[in-house]
Design a protein around this ligand. Structure first.
Ligand code: NAI
Length: 253
């Protein structure tokens, strides 16, 4: 089965597409023949990505400004879409690290506002549009293995991602009746801006040794699971969370 073919002609929205995994997912969808709308706050980076997607022969590529933590911005971005969506990829996310006892007071809210409220705002906006138009849709949430197990020093992040796993199930349950499927990807550590500094440190290098497959993930390591969840090959899957982590979740206690 050609998983990428499942996206041919579909319109995919990728949030947080201005770097890292979002940029990668946008390129992957475009290469699979999808029309892609990339959304984030850094418009200059989105415009450069759109130019690259068009250059690579994308069916259609467009940028919309979006701050997922601001519900007004989410509503405005949906109003700005040029065509109905088929797939929404909730990828935007932030991490703030530090011991829980010493984190700045607003750190928890900042992480929750982006990683959890953002997924809620974008998903409900998309689902209302799909329900009102009498058509189904697909949502892929980017959670994390930190939503399934914990690590020290990233308390708000682990809580936000665990909530995304639970939200994936709650929305899958409510929205199956509208033909809307909601699943999540739970990546292990993939080298991107979000963690680049950490893997330069001693604890970061020590962590790599605890990954059974002994290496940091690459964005393309997620392609199989991402294409499965985004396309029709997962047509009878909803509410699932798939870890892709080099075995990190099954690392030895
Ligand atoms: P990244 O920092 O390169 O990308 C995150 C993107 O989200 C950035 O483009 C950023 O501008 C955007 N963003 C942040 N706040 C936003 C907001 N309020 N509105 C719109 N866009 C916003 O990091 P990465 O690694 O590409 O992260 C992508 C997703 O993958 C995140 O949800 C992250 O938690 C998740 N993830 C990453 C892992 C990794 O090891 N890199 C592992 C597991 C999950």
């Amino acid at each position: 089965m050609d998983l990428a073919a499942g996206l041919k002609g579909r319109h995919v929205l990728v949030t947080g597409a201005s770097s890292g995994l979002g940029d990668h997912f946008a390129r992957l969808c475009a290469a699979g023949g999808a029309a892609v709308t990339v959304a984030a706050r850094r418009r200059d980076r989105l415009d450069a990505l759109v130019a690259a997607l068009r250059e690579a022969g994308a069916l259609r590529a467009r940028a919309v400004s979006l701050d997922v933590a601001d519900p007004d911005s989410v509503a405005a971005a949906f109003a700005d879409l040029d065509a109905p969506l088929d797939v929404v990829v909730n990828n935007a996310g932030i991490a703030e690290s530090g011991a829980a006892i010493d984190l700045p007071r607003d750190s928890f809210d900042r992480v929750i506002d982006t990683n959890l409220r953002g997924v809620w705002a974008v998903s409900t906006e998309a689902a209302r549009a799909w329900r009102d138009a009498g058509r189904g849709g697909v949502i892929v949430n980017v959670a994390s293995i930190l939503g399934l197990r914990v690590a020290g020093g990233v308390g708000p992040y682990t809580v936000s991602k665990a909530a995304v796993v639970q939200l994936t199930q709650a929305l899958a349950l409510e929205w199956a009746r509208y033909g809307i499927r909601v699943n999540a990807l739970a990546p292990g550590y993939i080298g991107t801006d979000i963690n680049r500094d950490f893997f330069e440190t001693e604890p970061g290098r020590a962590m790599l040794k605890r990954i059974p497959m002994r290496r940091l993930g690459r964005p393309e390591d997620l392609d199989g699971a991402f294409l499965l969840l985004a396309g029709d090959a997962s047509g009878w899957m909803t509410g699932a969370t798939i870890p892709v982590d080099g075995g990190h979740l099954v690392s030895s206690l």
